[in-house]
Design a protein around this ligand. Structure first.
Ligand code: SAM
Length: 389
């Protein structure tokens, strides 16, 4: 992650802007020794974390609030270094080229953006956790009439694939930076022709983190069209057995299993496992029939004004619903208000956002809220601390 260490840095007066970057505010954690610096650039915003580490100061990109271009973050850190006259000991801010990588093929995770994809073609194919993108890029090159959607959480993988999309001049491959377990909730029903899940992280020690789960299969059953399929490839016999076991309750799937079947294209991870002579397990879950689903995701939610005093006075900042929660994890103070770091959503797939609350209680949301039912319901819990409550 982009960062620098300095022997010392000067205090600067916020807000301050340079070269299109606005350093809006610095906010201090009310409990711990760390600060957030909010940076805005065009439509982007992100935080730096500024911490004292012994006799040094560390300023680093805060990955909780994702900026779609690490090059923009690096530029911002370099400018910040200058503005605060940093006596720099170390940095990793060199850019290969002076590029910002603002690709039109990187979509923010909204229902509208995804709906636009259905309109571009009758065929939609999805790959989850595409990593190096070998498989996805190959499919997109060979099937120009199909729209592909890649879902990934790893920034570097996303940047690399966006570069390839540009180099190969692909017009049918879109990327969303999101946890598929959350994003799937806002996809419409009966829209996808295929879903590829190749070499998911097995998480043998922490199965709750697995992509494959009952909820995931339920969503695949809903999202896929009749005759469409979910394809799982894995090097883990344990994960494979677990996936097949879960699928036993899903009578709408026809399951075709194979071991060491030839892959369409060998992905980076498959190549690694083959080198180690591991067996490769494949299951295709083909949807025999599709059901009609009622789309009951309520997507309108606005924050009411918050009473920050109520929050500060509260002994417990965790609230719970049936299968969802909201937790104000950290509170930071700045001249004109507070920044709240909030975890929320389903227990099985939590999300993070920052809320900027000014001294009048007005709330600005920093971060993407994927409007799933669990996310909306959990955010409504915050009304406990609203001005009118
Ligand atoms: C083991 S790698 C496999 C990459 C690629 N499919 C291959 O075969 O080479 C797993 C990938 O899944 C991504 N991933 C893990 N959990 C995810 C999630 N919940 N949603 C989307 N992507 C995820 C990881 O960032 C990583 O790139």
């Amino acid at each position: 992650m982009p960062h620098f260490y300095a022997r010392k840095i000067d205090k600067i007066a916020y807000p301050i802007s340079k070269d299109g970057f606005l350093f809006s505010l610095i906010a201090n954690n009310i409990k711990y020794d760390d600060n957030l610096v909010l940076v805005r650039y065009r439509d982007f915003y992100f935080f730096f974390i500024q911490q004292n580490r012994g006799d040094k100061v560390l300023v680093k990109y805060n990955k909780h609030l994702k900026c779609s271009s690490i090059d923009i973050v690096k530029k911002a850190l370099k400018i910040y270094m200058e503005l605060c006259n940093a006596d720099v000991l170390f940095h990793n801010l060199n850019q290969k080229k002076d590029k910002e990588n603002l690709s039109p093929y990187l979509l923010s995770p909204t229902k509208e953006n995804i709906s636009n994809l259905y309109k571009k073609s009758n065929y939609l194919s999805i790959e989850i956790g595409f990593g190096s993108g070998r498989h996805l890029l190959d499919l997109a090159q060979k099937n120009k009439d199909i729209i592909f959607l890649g879902i990934e959480i790893y920034n570097r993988a996303i940047e690399q694939v966006l570069n390839q999309i540009k180099l190969l001049d692909l017009k049918n491959l879109y990327i969303i930076n999101a946890d598929c377990r959350i994003l799937f909730n806002i996809l419409d029903s009966n829209v996808a022709d295929s879903i590829y899940l190749h070499f998911p992280v097995p998480w043998d020690k922490n199965p709750s983190k697995r992509v494959f789960s009952k909820e995931f299969l339920k969503e695949c059953e809903r999202i896929l069209k009749k005759g469409a399929f979910l394809e799982l490839r894995s090097d883990s016999a344990e994960y494979f057995a677990y996936a097949l076991d879960l699928a036993r309750d899903f009578h709408l799937f026809d399951i075709k299993k194979s071991i060491n079947s030839q892959a369409r294209i060998i992905s980076k991870y498959e190549a690694r496992w083959k080198k180690q002579n591991k067996d490769i397990y494949e299951a295709r879950f083909i949807l025999k029939d599709s059901k009609n689903y009622v789309n009951n995701v309520e997507s309108n939610f606005n924050f009411t004004n918050l009473d920050i005093k109520k929050i500060l006075d509260s002994s417990d900042l965790k609230l719970f619903g049936d299968n969802y929660f909201l937790h104000i994890k950290n509170i930071y103070k700045f001249d004109n208000g507070y920044v709240l770091f909030v975890l929320f959503g389903a227990f099985s797939a939590p999300s993070k956002i920052y809320l900027l609350v000014n001294n009048y209680g007005n709330v600005e949301v920093l971060g993407d809220i994927i409007k799933t039912e669990a996310n909306i319901k959990s955010l409504q819990l915050i009304k406990k601390w609203s001005v009118n409550n």
